[in-house]
Design a protein around this ligand. Sequence first.
Ligand code: AMP
Length: 280
Amino acid sequence: MQIFKTKKEINDFVKQLQNNRQTLGFVPTMGALHSGHLSLVEIGLKQSDVVVVSIFVNPTQFNNPNDLKNYPRDLQKDAEMLEKIGCHAIFAPSEKEIYPEEDTRKFELNGVDKNMEGEFRPGHFNGVAKVISLMLDIIPADKAFFGLKDFQQVAVVKQLVKNLHLKTEIVACPTVRETDGLAKSSRNLLLTPEHRKHAGIIYEALSEINKNKHQSIQKIKEIVSQKINQNGLFKVEYLEIANTETLLPISDEEKQQQCVACIAVWAGDVRLIDNVIIDF
Ligand code: AMP
């Protein structure tokens, strides 16, 4: 497995693949890899000849400087994990390499970036759009693999690729969970043992939505939020039931639409997100 740090190196690598008519799969990450990330690479390996993983903690998508500072980083461990499963190359650039100068672009994303994460993390999706547009320019893959754990991000990236007329197909991959249901996340490393012990409550509560389908949207939101908030360890920041395409909140009259319940929860200083598809 090769590790590239510069655009020039990865560009030469990609050109060589194109000359050999090999298909390229791309998995963008911020590192601190876990089995959720690895599942994307494994899906990528099944669908492409060669897979490149980027590891770049993208400063422009952090709206909280402490979150950026505390974000776990361990390139060596990440590289060992990727090598083991047969990944072909890592692109691990410096901040200067990606942003040689300030990137002031503003993206229009047809509203999919406005609610939920968009509302509570101002500027987050614009930062995601910046880095993904730059990465797909440097690594013009046939397919790029994203996790449904970040459901709204998948919608944002699909919209971005459409707006920019990029040829890369965006492949959405299922969420990998711990045995207690907690969605795998690099931020789980930052949880206290007490928060970690009880964090399965988030998925447990979300999974109960299907049992309460006959209730109003408002009542469902109350039931789920109360269950998570009740032991005092967690605080629901938002819970929204939204259309899977537009990411707009649905009303009781719109329950026949394909929906997703998205949640953000504070576990002490750590912010966790999750979602489940709802079948009303
Ligand atoms: P991140 O490093 O957090 O930016 O995540 C990189 C990619 O991995 C994104 O497409 C995430 O949605 C995906 N991902 C993160 N956690 C999981 C998970 N538990 N299951 C599946 N995909 C995940």
